[in-house]
Design a protein around this ligand. Structure first.
Ligand SMILES: Cc1cc2nc3c(=O)[nH]c(=O)nc-3n(C[C@H](O)[C@H](O)[C@H](O)COP(=O)(O)O)c2cc1C
Length: 186
């Protein structure tokens, strides 16, 4: 179907056509979009990645399990992050489940490495057999092997197959976005 028939163009006085601007194309209520997206419920996780040469960790809420068989997890990673090139190079990452008491740590790892390189200094990590860093103090972690990626606007959606997992503690609930009072949506 041509652009005009789909209503993507407006006719000018001179009889020519021009493309509608982004704001002309949508009738969406921007405030409602923001409010509705912020009502999505999320957990909070530390995504860790790296090897002996270089590693990284950041807080993420845009992630979830997307298949039982095989077990697949998808995580959306900001294109400008320090972590994305490391995920791409090592083709490994781990999703560490924060406990309800780790709000402060989630806030710290939610800062960008570029502005806060010291955010990794005090972090207690160990390595999986494959060399991926994981948090010693998380409730649990799953290690993923990268299966593929998809451009997702300002981020990249990385799909990982769960290849290893540990439950480290059963004494606390997992941290949620709502309980933490953080925002990363809208
Ligand atoms: C509550 C919260 C949730 C976040 N969720 C994500 C996320 O899902 N994906 C992401 O790439 N960054 C997310 N961020 C931002 C990252 O934690 C981090 O600041 C950014 O990706 C840069 O990471 P870097 O240290 O690898 O540069 C979130 C930050 C906060 C505070």
């Amino acid at each position: 179907m041509c652009q005009r028939a789909r209503g993507l163009c407006v006719k000018l006085c001179a009889g020519r056509w021009r493309q509608r601007s982004e704001s002309e194309r949508t009738t969406m209520d921007e405030a409602a979009k923001k409010e509705a997206l912020r009502l999505f419920t999320y957990g909070l996780y530390a995504v860790t990645t790296g090897d002996d040469a270089e590693w990284s960790a950041f807080t993420a809420n845009w992630l979830g399990q997307v298949s039982f068989d095989p077990p697949l997890v998808a995580v959306s990673v900001e294109n400008t992050s320090h972590s994305l090139p490391i995920v791409r190079r090592t083709r490994r990452f781990a999703v560490n489940v924060y406990s309800a008491g780790q709000r402060e740590l989630a806030g710290l790892l939610g800062k960008s490495y570029a502005k806060h390189p010291q955010k990794l200094d005090e972090l207690r990590v160990e390595r999986t057999a494959a060399g991926c860093p994981v948090l010693v103090d998380a409730l649990a972690w799953v290690e993923c092997a990268v299966e593929g990626e998809l451009p997702a606007g300002d981020s990249t959606l990385v799909l990982g197959r769960v290849v290893e997992a540990r439950v480290l503690r059963r004494d606390e609930e997992p941290l949620t976005m709502r309980a933490a009072g953080f925002r990363h949506a809208g």
